[in-house]
Every structure is written in structure tokens, then in C-alpha cells.
Design a protein around this ligand. Structure first.
Ligand code: HEM
Length: 411
């Protein structure tokens, strides 16, 4: 599917919260126009959907992210939930909890996501990428989004949670539909029931891990105490779910979007292959370019001014990372895909108190795939149209058919 460009003149009729708009259109002109002329933009009521603010400049995004007192996630951290009655996990799941409780739960999880703790999974990540690339090469034609990208983050997060191997495919089928759909007209009940099944799965697994001496994250959460008390059941289950969702779909879209970017920019592919492009800087640029999480949602707790606009207490606010990551005042030549871009302070993992807990793991995954492609794959040929997912929270591909030509085996 080729994305059609939306002209700024359409601003009064489009709905920035509509998954179809993001799946089927290229919004770069809209974002450029908003950054230049109405950086803090009020999208009014559309049908029965309430209005909301859209923040599009990098500097304004920073001021919202850094002020969790005045911009809360407790009504949800995506427009879909904030505009339609709030998030049922508010006050229990990290991403939609603020204040002391957020700090306490985050401190428990932080240990599992430090550079030291993650060093242990670096080698297994490399092995997983190698295996997936070998299988994809052997297949002849493969769907890179499903066969490779779809399995890298899930493998890593399942390793951290120590999810039994036999359950992993089942979980992938659920996480793939919890926050997005492969179709324009998927009924909301599909994603609702996928989310519930994941919660039930972790309720069962945490029972098995009670009092266990294992070091996986489910055992860590099950047996952790705050002020002498264990986490409440709802907190335990919601946070396992949060890690699956936070860690799976985002990484998948960075990886398949990264390959798409390399296909679209053959000079950058060559620089990757020749070793002229750094793997770490390459991963950062893939993360900026793909921006898998396209917006963060907040609600204003008091009247507050951002970018000269008066936001009222209770207003819904959306920070568009997809726009901030192309802000020309921060990124020179922002529409150029440059694997050696430096500095590259993108907002792909947001910032402030809700800064992505798994950012190091996300970075490791993208870098591992770039390294695998450099070492194992001589060339890539796209064999059919890519398919985009339907979501206003996430951006990425549900399908990317390609042939991976292997490097000749070394003796
Ligand atoms: C938060 C993006 C990988 C777990 C976030 C946020 C973003 C993000 C933008 C902030 C949301 C907000 O402001 O409301 C990404 C991207 C990833 C990625 C693009 C991969 C390329 C991961 C991984 C994990 C993870 C691998 C864990 C396994 C979380 C959690 C939060 C979070 C738990 C909530 C943190 C908090 O509220 O304190 N992520 N993420 N993410 N992410 Fe990630």
C-alpha cells in the first residue's frame, strides 16, 4: 500500500486520533505545517469524539514530558483511552500511574532492566537473530515483519519473564492484536479480548512463581515487597502485561521499519555493509526514523501554558513523537536517513518520569538485527508491497515480503 500525502489544507477535516489516517497516509506535511504555524494545535470535537491538544515541536514535547505533576497519565497514556473513558489499569500499571506508587514499582523493575542485568541476554539475542535470519534465508522468500522482526523482541522479553517456550507463540498472537490491527475494520472487541487473555495468562504464571527463588521478572514482581507488603494482584498482573506490550510490538516495528528504510536508501545499506556506518549510531537512527510509538497521551491536571497556548485543567494532550523526531530545529536535514547521525537525541523512548523502562533492551534488539544483517545478508530484495498496521498509537508494518540473499559461507 502506498501512503498518500495529506495536504495541510485538510487539517480541519482529518482526525489525528484515527488509526486509518496513520495507516494509509503520509502525515509529514501536516506535521511540518503544524510545527511551523500551530505547534500546539487544538483538534476540535469530531463527531462524538472530544477535542484534544496536539503538541508537535520537540521543545514543547520536552516541557510536557518533564512535568508529570501538571500532565498526568492516570487517565491513560494514549488518545484512544483518554478520549474514551480512561484506562482501567490507571494507578496499577507503571505507564498509567504517577507519583509515589509509580516511583516504587519502577524502582523494583529498574533492577531487571539495567545495563548489567541485560548484558546476560546479549548473547542469546545474537543467537536468536542468527537463527531467525538463517531460517528466513533458507525459506527463499520470507515475510521479514512476521518471520524475523516478529520474533526478536518477543524472544527477549519472554527470556526476561521466563515464559515457557511452548506458550510463546500463543502470546505473540495476542500481543500482535492488543494495541493495533492488521485490518481497517477490526472490531474493538478483538483487541479488548487479546488484552484480557494476556492478563489472565500472567495471573496464572505468577501463582506458579510465588516464593520461587528464580530471578526472572515475573518472580521478581511476585515476591517483591514495598513497605513490607507484596504488590497487589492487579499491580502484579498489569505490570507483567505492560512489559509484554511495551516490549513486543514497539521493537518489532523498529526492526521491520529499519529494513524498509534500508531498502528505500540503498546508499545507507551499502554504508552498513561496508562498515562505514556505526551499529550503535545506526540503531539510533533506525529508532528515530521509524518512531514505533507515535504519540504519548496526557491529561492536564491544572491550567497550564505550553508554547504560548492556554491548556485547561482536564484537557487531553497528545505529544506527537513522530513530529518531534523530525523537528528541523533539532535534527539538521531531518528527512534524511543517516546511519551516522550524531548527535541524535530522538524522543522515540519519550522522556521524564515515564521514559521507557526497556530502552536499553530496545536499542540492543535493533543493533543486534543490524549486526546480523551486516554479517549474514549480502543483499535484500522486496518481493511485494509492505502492509502497514492500523493504529494511532503505534506505527509499523504487519507484512514486509523480501528475499534475503546470504553472504557466502566462510570456510
Ligand atoms: C514506556 C517506546 C521497548 C517497557 C515507553 C514510552 C515510549 C516507549 C514512547 C513512554 C510512553 C509515554 O510517554 O506515555 C518504546 C519503544 C521501544 C520500547 C519505541 C522499542 C523500540 C520497550 C521494552 C520494554 C518496554 C523492550 C520492556 C520489556 C516499557 C515500560 C514503559 C515504557 C514498562 C512505562 C515506563 C513508565 O511509565 O515508567 N516505551 N519502548 N519498552 N516502555 Fe517502552
Amino acid at each position: 500500500m502506498t501512503a498518500t500525502t495529506v495536504a495541510p489544507e485538510s487539517l480541519d477535516t482529518i482526525d489525528l486520533a484515527d488509526p486509518k489516517l496513520h495507516a494509509e497516509h503520509d502525515l509529514s506535511e501536516i506535521w511540518r505545517h503544524l510545527r511551523a504555524t500551530r505547534p500546539v494545535y487544538w483538534q476540535p470535537l469530531r463527531g462524538t469524539q472530544p477535542g484534544f491538544w496536539a503538541i508537535t515541536r520537540y521543545a514543547d514535547a520536552l516541557s510536557v514530558y518533564r512535568d508529570s505533576d501538571r500532565f498526568t497519565t492516570e487517565r491513560g497514556n494514549a488518545l484512544g483511552t483518554i478520549l474514551h473513558g480512561g484506562d482501567s489499569a490507571a494507578g496499577v500499571m507503571l505507564a498509567v500511574t504517577d507519583g509515589t506508587r509509580h516511583h516504587e514499582i519502577r524502582a523494583i523493575l529498574q533492577r531487571a532492566f539495567s545495563a548489567r542485568a541485560l548484558a546476560a541476554i546479549g548473547e542469546s539475542l545474537r543467537r536468536t537473530v542468527d537463527r531467525l535470519l538463517t531460517e528466513a534465508i533458507d525459506k527463499g522468500e520470507c515475510d521479514f515483519a512476521r518471520d524475523v522482526a516478529g520474533n526478536v523482541p518477543l524472544g527477549a522479553i519472554c527470556d526476561l519473564l521466563d515464559v515457557p517456550q511452548d506458550d510463546r507463540r500463543y502470546l505473540l498472537s495476542l500481543t500482535a492484536h492488543a494495541w493495533s490491527s492488521d485490518h481497517a475494520d477490526a472490531p474493538p472487541i478483538d483487541s479488548w479480548s487479546a488484552r484480557n487473555e494476556i492478563l489472565l495468562y500472567f495471573a496464572d504464571l505468577s501463582k506458579v512463581r510465588q516464593r520461587s527463588s528464580r530471578t526472572d521478572v515475573v518472580s521478581l514482581l511476585t515476591n517483591a515487597t514495598i513497605g513490607g507488603d507484596n504488590l497487589r494482584d492487579a499491580e502484579l498482573v498489569a505490570n507483567c502485561y505492560g512489559l509484554m506490550i511495551g516490549g513486543d510490538e514497539t521493537g518489532r516495528h523498529a526492526i521491520s521499519g529499519g529494513l524498509q528504510a534500508l531498502l528505500d536508501h540503498p546508499d545507507e545499506w551499502r554504508r552498513l555493509k561496508d562498515g562505514e556506518a556505526g551499529l550503535a549510531s545506526g540503531a539510533e537512527e533506525v529508532l528515530r526514523w521509524t518512531t514505533p510509538s507515535i504519540h504519548s497521551g496526557r491529561a492536564a491536571t491544572v491550567d497550564v501554558t505550553v508554547g504560548g497556548e492556554q491548556i485547561h485543567a482536564g484537557d487531553a494532550v497528545s505529544v506527537w513523537i513522530s513530529s518531534a523526531n523530525r523537528d528541523e530545529t533539532v535534527f539538521p536535514d531531518p528527512d534524511r536517513f543517516d546511519l551516522n547521525r550524531d548527535p541524535n537525541k530522538h524522543l522515540t523512548f519519550a522522556l521524564g518520569s515515564h521514559f521507557c523502562l526497556g530502552h536499553l533492551l530496545g536499542r540492543m534488539e535493533v543493533e543486534a538485527v543490524l549486526e546480523g544483517l551486516r554479517r549474514r545478508v549480502r543483499s535484500v530484495r522486496q518481493t511485494g508491497p509492505a502492509q502497514r498496521i492500523y493504529s494511532s498509537v503505534l506505527s509499523g508494518l504487519s507484512s514486509l515480503p523480501v528475499v534475503l540473499e546470504p553472504e557466502p559461507a566462510r570456510s
